[in-house]
Design a protein around this ligand. Sequence first.
Ligand code: HEM
Length: 436
Amino acid sequence: MSEETIPERFAGLEVPARLAELIVSPKAYAEQTELHAGFGWLRANNPLGRVEIEGFDPFWAVTKHSDILEISRQNDLFHNGDRSTTLVTRVADQKVRALTGGSPHLIRTVVHMDAPDHLKYRRITQAWFMAQRVKSLEDRIRAIARGFVERMAARGRECDFVRDVALHYPLHVVMEILGVPEQDEPRMLKLTQELFGSQDEDLGRDVAATDDPAAHIKQLFEVFADFQAYFARLTEARRMTPRDDAASVIANALIDGNPISHFEAMSYYVIIATAGHDTTSSSTSGAVWALCENPDEFRKVKADPGLIPKLVEEAVRWTTPVQHFMRTATANTELRGRRIAKGDWLMLCYPSGNRDEDAFEQPDRFRADRDASRSVAFGYGAHVCLGQHLARLEMRIFFEELMTRLESVELAGTPRRSASIFVGGPKSLPIRFVMN
Ligand code: HEM
């Protein structure tokens, strides 16, 4: 967009073109260094900047930790559902609306809802994911974690920690909770990678299609259709014979006294089956990557395993696997002295909030003993991550099991992150290690 076409009220508020390109570039999220430098510049010079970039509707880039919290806690003023909850091009948005008959969302999960529906649907599974309930799974999760640590030991002295361990451990845990049989886990993993890694050359279904936003959306639509085909059968089975699993809870849920609709039940499975493992895998491998690069931190945790809960929190901050969500203003308002108009689209830049100098001392250092509990990696407000207690528990148990056996660990090659602006993290982490 040329200077002349930018409305008067935005004069001087635009994010420089080079940085705007970084924010929307999947490759920048894979590479990280430039992205963090760009976010750092924005926090210092234009913390709530207007992004005007060809192909996208204009949006605000929210880069300060305090602003991300401020927006996330005002769920009536900043809606999830009114526009796409992730940043998409104009063409992609039109394609989604064409496929859905006008909705900006391909599926309808808690993420896409606002009050009053949001709470009604969140309540369906909330009890399953509360800290207390999740804690009761500790023994079972420990047995699974131990199995994966054993599997790592069995590889000898080297492995690709992402592919051999991290991808499979949280997947197995959440699929057990959901009630998906083990033999179907590879299928769930592949579909999740095709969804979140759709812009990555190694993970997407047909990455060539990402150059064409309409073809890309059609592909995502097909991935959802494959998920639905699978979960439709599972729903039928759980309606006939309910079990003690989350699939039975979803299949038999009532909304305002009526059975949950087919589409919304399918959407529910998809969010639990996808959000429930990729993010936790990424944080787990992000921790191992950081420990390889920071041997002093490894020694600290080795000497004091009581630091593991802090290590977990820091790893989630450091990795920030959910890299943004969008919100839409429902009324004219003001933030940081800027006039936000009703209908404006805002991008919550979580990786930036988690490296904000005003929220964390030396934010660009990985410190296993820091208090990173203020991180925005799990979001905040009514939509705060439903699986946060499960994610923390899985990681704590895994590192308790791993650290008692791991004597040393180092990189054995160049790690790589996935190219994605939404959910991303390490996709390959070659390590060399000694275990007792
Ligand atoms: C380290 C791991 C994880 C990270 C970093 C993460 C991050 C996030 C973030 C940033 C949000 C959006 C919050 C907001 O809008 O304020 C979210 C929502 C959500 N997460 Fe997680 N998540 C993780 C693990 C999990 C797990 C294990 C589950 C398993 C069930 C899960 C299920 C969900 C669901 C259902 C929502 C939507 C909640 C709502 O809209 O009410 N997540 N997560």
